[in-house]
Design a protein. Structure first.
Length: 320
């Protein structure tokens, strides 16, 4: 009993997330959400949690994480289309490919810091986007995207509707749990030390670059997994998966939610996708303007995002 209580206490955030996520099909429609949007939110929860490990814990802002998302999506699509409709080998190959690409890009970009690192990652992402649109359009479909994939299968089960949602949600819970374990591990401690003072860390004899590369690759693996699951959710891959706006959305989700918290970026992902797909119906073409005002207000008045707002509210309630 004590062991169970200890596990629940250490993983309270994971348990709460699991309860909210698994019951989403029951309460989400009450908020105007439609079937399928909940699955997309879970996919982007995986994406932003991995991104937060890089930005929130090491302080390295990548503007090119769409590269790993898109590469994994194209790889999954080609695997499903040309080899087998089974999703497990397709996802495994996709994550492996995105990981190998991340190692190469990480070795080249992590020699720089700050805005130089951010611009380099953006340049690599745009390079892959251009390749998908021109050089590799025979495989990627160019502007038309990659189509003609069969219905994804898992052990004889067609991955459609609720089956996709619960698969994605289970993966999201597992990946969030792994992220929390990384946060509490010695690697997580090194990540926070890099963000705090990388030069001082290196003076102690620790190879900071090794931990930066490890974090970058782990973050890319999360992005690759999200990209692969996106194709399982919707058997189509568009060139916009590699576009700069895809990377920008992940940054906005993380900042709105609160970087360095893991939970915050997931709140930001849920809010932004809900805002874009549900609330924007009433706002029409002005929804981007409203989102821009919300983003500016958060950055100016609540730099810690939604998590800071929740923390302030909790303290106020506690004082009363």
């Amino acid at each position: 009993m004590n062991i169970q209580q200890g596990f629940l206490q250490r993983n309270k955030a994971v348990v709460i997330f699991a309860l909210i996520a698994l019951t989403m099909p029951f309460w989400f429609p009450l908020l105007g959400g439609y079937s399928g949007l909940d699955t997309k939110i879970m996919i982007f929860c995986i994406f932003v949690v991995g991104f937060d490990l890089l930005l929130g814990y090491t302080g390295y802002l990548s503007f090119g994480h769409a590269a790993f998302f898109g590469i994994a999506a194209y790889t999954t699509g080609l695997m499903l289309k040309d080899f087998s409709a089974q999703i497990i080998p397709a996802i495994m190959v996709a994550v492996l490919v995105s990981t190998l690409v991340a190692v190469i890009i990480g070795l080249l970009t992590l020699k720089r810091t700050g805005i130089y690192f951010s611009i380099l990652t953006l340049a690599f992402a745009e390079m892959f986007h251009s390749m998908a649109m021109a050089m590799l359009q025979e495989w990627t479909g160019g502007e038309n995207g990659l189509t003609g994939m069969p219905t994804p299968m898992l052990a004889g089960i067609k991955m459609q509707g609720d089956a996709v949602f619960y698969l994605v949600t289970l993966v999201a819970i597992i990946m969030f749990y792994i992220a929390k374990r990384i946060e509490r591990s010695p690697v997580g401690l090194m990540m926070r030390a890099i963000k705090c003072n990388q030069q001082r860390l290196e003076y102690t004899g620790i190879n900071a670059r090794k931990y930066k590369l490890l974090t970058f690759v782990i973050s890319a693996m999360y992005a690759g997994l999200a990209g692969a699951l996106m194709v399982v959710y919707e058997p189509f891959v568009g060139h916009e998966f590699l576009g700069w706006h895809q990377s920008g959305e992940i940054v906005i989700m993380s900042v709105i939610g609160g970087v360095g918290t893991l939970v915050g970026p997931m709140l930001g992902a849920g809010f932004m996708l809900y805002f874009e797909n549900v609330l924007s119906v009433d706002l029409g073409e002005q929804w981007l303007l409203v989102l821009g005002f919300i983003f500016m207000a958060v950055v100016i008045f609540m730099p810690g995002g939604f998590m800071e707002a929740l923390s302030r509210l909790y303290k106020r309630i506690k004082q009363e």
